[in-house]
Design a protein around this ligand. Structure first.
Ligand code: PMP
Length: 367
């Protein structure tokens, strides 16, 4: 039987596995940092209306530059950060994964490297590989904060072309203070005028503020965002970035023409009309996240301080076995391969109760 190895696939892809969070049909799914709340009915109606309008023009290609959408995204960023962002600063694509891919196609590629501080979002390394960019795994402290001195040293030694900073970090939930981001930006500029990509996929759930104001006067800084988490629209596939207009011009060199469908643009515009309601759900999820932290600590687990819509908890001698025991009780959490730790996404209060019941039972069984 023909397998991958029998095909002339690129050498760097041989023996590798695709991104693969299990999509299992279990009662409580808290494994992919999705928002548990379905979109509210008035928004569903508005999406239907906007998509109906868009459908009348589907014989035409969509707005290639997604100007109306970028304008509304810029308004959202300005309103929520207090930092003035205009449509020329914003670029959108199919999920922030595509935004990150476009950034690596533009600023990485064969003969170039990117660095991330791991454990972090595994797709940074996978997209690097897919774009032929060399991947450097930078260090973290034992408490999962970034080890600044070690990170600066790694940047100086390796002179990467792209530096990824994820805040709040996935899978640990750890926020990165602005001083650390500034120091890493300076280190990256001193090493190679590298691009620094701040992945803020979960920033709306943070106790702290967005790093958008740092864009002022820093043309090599990029902030990437998504509607998959706070906007509860993972199925929409809409990610975006904010940066100097020159960065937006640069990524247009690699984007496929008409990459963002008219249906996607119409749906995202409808969702942005309902920002206030959706951000209300974010407040509920933040409270549930904090409750998960409190209750896990009370049960005797260790918990990593979280600024995201998920919590990393441990420690387990065999995290995969514990993952399986929780799954046996109908709750799917995530084993990210961080030895000793698992990650649970904040769900609805009922889902979180089911999760807490499951881990309480597992704890009893294991002690
Ligand atoms: N960045 C981080 C840190 C993430 O955790 C994720 C999704 N899990 C993404 C980016 C990508 O999200 P999307 O492509 O849905 O925007």
């Amino acid at each position: 039987m023909t397998g991958i190895d029998d095909l002339p696939v690129r050498d760097e892809l041989r023996g590798k596995s695709p991104y693969g969070a299990p999509q299992l049909d279990v009662p409580v799914r808290l494994n992919t940092n999705e928002n548990p709340y379905p979109l509210p009915e008035p928004l569903v109606e508005r999406i239907a209306e906007r998509v109906r309008e868009a459908a009348r023009n589907l014989n035409r290609y969509p707005d290639r530059d997604a100007v109306e959408l970028r304008t509304r995204l810029a308004e959202y960023l300005t309103d929520t950060s207090g930092h003035e962002v205009g449509p020329a600063n914003v670029w959108a694509a199919n999920g922030s994964n595509e935004v990150l891919q476009q950034l690596l196609q533009t600023f990485g590629g064969p003969g170039r490297t990117a660095i991330g501080f791991e454990p972090s979002y595994s797709m940074h390394g996978l997209i690097a590989r897919g774009t032929g960019t060399g991947w450097i795994s930078g260090p973290r402290n034992d408490d999962f904060t970034i080890d600044l001195a070690a990170a600066e040293k790694a940047i100086a030694e390796n002179q990467p072309d792209v530096v990824f900073i994820t805040t709040p970090n996935n899978p640990t939930g750890t926020a990165v203070p602005p001083e650390t981001v500034l120091a890493l930006y300076e280190a990256a500029q001193a090493a190679k005028s590298s691009m620094v990509v701040v992945d803020e996929a979960y920033i709306e759930f943070s106790h702290g503020d967005s790093l958008l104001p740092l864009l002022e006067g820093r043309p090599n800084l990029v902030v990437s965002r998504t509607m998959s988490k706070a906007f509860g629209a993972a199925g929409l596939r809409l990610g975006y970035l904010a940066a100097h207009p020159a960065v937006v011009d640069a990524v247009q060199l690699v984007r496929l023409p008409y990459h963002l469908s008219a249906v996607t643009q119409a749906t995202a515009l409808a969702a942005l009309e309902h920002t206030a309601t959706l951000l209300g759900y974010v407040e509920q999820l933040k409270a549930e996240r904090d409750r998960l932290v409190t209750e896990l600590l009370a049960l005797g687990y260790e918990v990593t301080a979280s600024d995201a819509n998920f919590v990393q908890f441990g420690r387990f001698e065999d995290s995969h076995e514990t993952w399986r025991k929780i799954l046996d009780r109908g709750v799917l959490v995530r084993d990210n391969g961080v030895p000793g730790w698992l990650r649970v996404t904040a769900g609805t209060p009922e889902e979180n109760d089911a999760f807490l019941d499951a881990v309480r039972e597992v704890k009893k069984e294991q002690s």
